[in-house]
Design a protein. Structure first.
Length: 139
């Protein structure tokens, strides 16, 4: 999906265009729909920690980026105000991680989103993100 293909508000296109971290980590935005998003990321050798497994921060970053697209799919601009992750299985060099974010609730300015991160059919992490809509669009 290219930025021009992104549905929804202009800030989502700006979000992707300006998100150097997600791009530098090799993430791809697979899909985005109201309250949902899916992204992928290959686990490279510079993402493996001293134990020879994928660094937890990399898995968190993929989940967080996916959460960001899901919670911004409604517009206006929305940001995280808290998030947590639980690791279920190790991530290995060469895995392609897929994160899928689904809206659990959305009420006024607040939303809660669940993200599953998988390596193939293995569940490697679950993430819960809480979002707050900004009172105005960022500059």
């Amino acid at each position: 999906m290219t930025p021009a293909d992104l549905p929804g508000p202009d800030h989502m296109r700006r979000m992707w265009d300006n998100d150097r971290t997600s791009q530098a980590l090799g993430m791809s935005l697979v899909s985005v729909a109201p309250g949902r998003a899916e992204m992928t990321m290959p686990v490279r050798d510079d993402m493996v920690n001293g134990h020879g497994i994928g660094h937890g921060g990399i898995t968190f970053t993929l989940a967080d980026s996916t959460f960001a697209f899901a919670c911004n799919s409604h517009g206006p601009a929305t940001v995280a105000h808290s998030a947590s992750i639980r690791f279920h299985a190790p991530v290995r060099l060469g895995d392609v991680l897929t994160a899928t974010a689904v809206e659990r609730s959305h009420d006024g300015r607040r939303g809660v989103y669940d993200v599953e991160v998988r390596a193939g059919d293995r569940l490697v992490a679950t993430f819960e993100g809480h979002a707050t809509r900004l009172p105005e669009e960022p500059a």
